[in-house]
Design a protein around this ligand. Structure first.
Ligand SMILES: C[S@@+](CC[C@H](N)C(=O)[O-])C[C@H]1O[C@@H](n2cnc3c(N)ncnc32)[C@H](O)[C@@H]1O
Length: 176
């Protein structure tokens, strides 16, 4: 999928009511690590994680989809959202933890991580293909092979979508 097709795809997805409830166990797990933190969320979409906020110190969500950012601003008017392409360098706000849920399979994750400060990160990834996935780690070996050079991390949660499909949630620190 070309990146312009990808933006159109997500603009269409977010132009209709978006039901993210199947991913609630991921948001709950991620949310439980964010108390009192200054959060930068990459690829926030319409902001479903924000339903689970719990005394966050600060939060900024960024996404490349205009419809996603519009929906997030509408549902969470007290939080900050920016229309940004995370594959390009940009001036990130002050943050002490990065969250990135179901995004690294859609982008050049090495390039994205190269723009980030060496802080804590929580990210999730599926182990299965989809037309919008550029790449996916089929097993934990592939997951570690891809991210070990960039992040010291452990898997903290596994969502079994069905007998074969899984989503791993990982927590670690970006290597400086
Ligand atoms: C599977 S969705 C996940 C959205 C959100 N994290 C959630 O849990 O619903 C992937 C998101 O990544 C965003 N995205 C993809 N490429 C991007 C890029 N280069 N810069 C910023 N956001 C991007 C898409 O617009 C989309 O909102």
């Amino acid at each position: 999928m070309k990146s312009t097709d990808f933006i159109d795809y997500y603009n269409k997805v977010y132009s209709k009511p978006y039901d993210s409830s199947r991913w609630d166990p991921i948001y709950q797990e991620v949310g439980s690590h964010l108390y009192g933190r200054k959060i930068l969320e990459l690829g926030c979409g319409v902001g479903p994680l924000c339903q689970f906020r719990n005394d966050w110190k600060d939060y900024v969500g960024v996404d490349i989809s205009e419809a996603g950012i519009k929906g997030a601003r509408n549902d969470f008017p007290d939080l900050t959202f920016h229309l940004i392409d995370i594959e390009k360098p940009f001036l990130y706000p002050d943050y002490d933890i990065i969250v990135c849920i179901e995004v690294f399979e859609h982008v050049d994750f090495k390039r994205v991580i190269s723009h980030l400060n060496p802080v804590e990160i929580i990210f999730s990834l599926p182990n299965y293909a989809s037309h919008s996935h550029l790449w996916f780690p089929a097993g934990t070996k592939e997951l570690h092979r891809a991210f070990d050079p960039l992040i010291d991390f452990d898997i903290i949660h596994t969502l079994e979508v069905n007998e074969v499909k899984k989503i791993w949630t990982c927590k670690g620190v970006i290597k400086g």
